[in-house]
Design a protein around this ligand. Structure first.
Ligand code: 2M8
Length: 439
């Protein structure tokens, strides 16, 4: 059997094992629920295997949509065994939460339109239109919510209120802000007295993955504390902003939104869907406003504090995602590509590390602070291809595929040694492997 056939077979087995019938969990034990951008990446792989199942993966996400349009970042698997998880979020405290399903109260990068279009690519024109019509209203409502709720000053950039909304959890720009502005006194106290170890006793994640590959205890406490504050404000954006909790115009999120908007417009054209004029204006503004995140001194893009408008000049994988947005100038794209070519920045043995090697945050094993992730590689490869860097894109895909040659579809990988890290049998690693091998 040809090696790529064998890998597709192994990757398919991972997806089958994580299949809960109408949605796919990211990985057994550690991630037993449905996540928004995971399901989008998973559907992008599934479309090559079973188009109907890929559609179901997306439709199952829509069952979690809130009455205000938000698509939550998690939809919980039902059952008493998960009561603790349902209770952490208590989505029912919000009048907007859907009935009959438990969800989180925040969103995740808006990959939905991308997944819908990628599934559509595999259909006849007629079927595609029918598919687009089926998802049009919820998709439009989601994009409208992103602006009404998350762009209150009509600046074009949408804000995020928790690191989990970026999907990049402990990514340095967010963690540095969190440590500077949002650590409550009791966490600072525990930090000073070196007693954060206690948190280790309550953590579920480190039962499945070595602690040095996950976020630190202090970061875990900070993330859960920030989540609890949002719950206290019943996930109401006015209340959240009134209390100046965390609010960042995230670079990765907004880059993905720029592209998602393009897809939304493409879908609208195809089915003559009506896009309200205020949304059209906002879409134009987002494209232009992304450029406000450029820092001319370091020649990079960064996330921005929503209140102060100060750029958070801490580099991370986010830095490269404007390539995926596709709207930045060729000159600026070329500067980003240079950093991928540089082995001391974003170009070590196995690209692309989630934090550049030449920064103090880099740690080759710690979650979103250094390891290679398949989903960000997929986004970057796509951007490189569209900017005409076909060889770079191929090299990135080949480098990624090398990581799974031995059949280990882990959550992330060491960018220097290539060692598999995090959860084993991780769904989006398997799904995107399939997508690349079937390209
Ligand atoms: C990770 O995030 C969750 C919280 O949402 C976690 O840390 O438990 C991130 O890698 C995120 O991007 C991903 O969607 C999720 C499930 O794979 O796990």
């Amino acid at each position: 059997m040809h090696n790529s056939e064998k890998i597709i077979e192994q990757a398919t087995a991972v997806l089958n094992a994580n299949d809960h019938g109408y949605y796919t969990i990211p990985a057994a034990n550690l991630y037993p629920h449905q996540w928004l951008w995971d399901s989008c990446f998973i559907a992008i792989g599934l479309r090559h295997l079973d188009i109907e199942r890929a559609k179901i993966e997306i439709l199952s996400l829509l069952r979690g949509q809130w009455k205000n349009g938000m698509i939550p970042h998690m939809i919980f698997t039902p059952g008493r065994a998960y009561k603790r998880d349902h209770n952490i979020w208590r989505s029912w405290v919000s009048p907007y939460a859907p009935e009959g399903v438990f969800t989180s109260g925040i969103t995740q990068p808006p990959l939905l339109a991308e997944a819908i279009v990628r599934i559509g690519e595999k259909m006849t024109l007629l079927d595609r239109r029918e598919w687009y019509r089926q998802v049009w209203r919820p998709l439009l409502a989601y994009h409208q919510w992103l602006y009404t709720d998350r762009d209150p000053h009509a600046e074009g950039l949408v804000l995020q209120i928790h690191p989990w909304e970026t999907g990049l959890d402990n990514t340095p720009p967010w963690m540095s802000e969190l440590h500077e502005h949002l650590l409550p006194w009791w966490i600072r106290g525990m930090q000073k007295t070196h007693t954060t170890g206690i948190m280790g006793l309550f953590r579920r994640d480190t039962r499945f993955v070595p602690a040095n590959q996950r976020y630190s205890n202090i970061d875990a406490m900070a993330l859960y504390d920030a989540q609890r504050r949002l719950r206290r404000k019943v996930y109401d954006i006015d209340k959240v902003l009134d209390h100046s909790l965390f609010a960042i115009e995230d670079l990765a999120f907004n880059s993905i939104l720029v592209r998602a908007n393009e897809h939304l417009l493409e879908i609208a054209r195809s089915i003559r869907g009506h896009v309200p004029s205020d949304l059209l204006q906002r879409i134009d503004l987002t494209r232009a406003s992304l450029e406000e995140l450029w820092d001319p001194y370091t020649e990079q893009y960064y996330p921005r504090d929503f209140v102060t408008h100060k750029l958070i000049t801490v580099p991370s994988i986010e830095t490269l995602l404007p390539l995926y947005a596709g709207t930045v100038s060729k000159e600026r794209a070329a500067l980003l590509v240079k950093s991928i070519e540089n082995e001391h920045v974003f170009g070590p043995g196995f690209p692309v590390p989630s934090v550049p090697l030449n920064t103090p945050w880099f740690n080759p094993e710690r979650y979103w602070q250094g390891p290679v992730w398949f989903n960000t590689n997929w986004l970057i490869a796509d951007g490189l291809r569209r900017y005409g860097y076909k060889d770079h894109a191929e090299a990135l895909i080949e480098g990624s595929l090398e990581l799974v040659q031995n059949g280990h579809f882990n959550e992330y990988f060491n960018p220097i040694s290539g060692a598999p890290l995090g959860a084993a049998n991780f769904s989006w690693t398997a799904a995107l492997t399939i997508d690349w091998l079937k390209r």
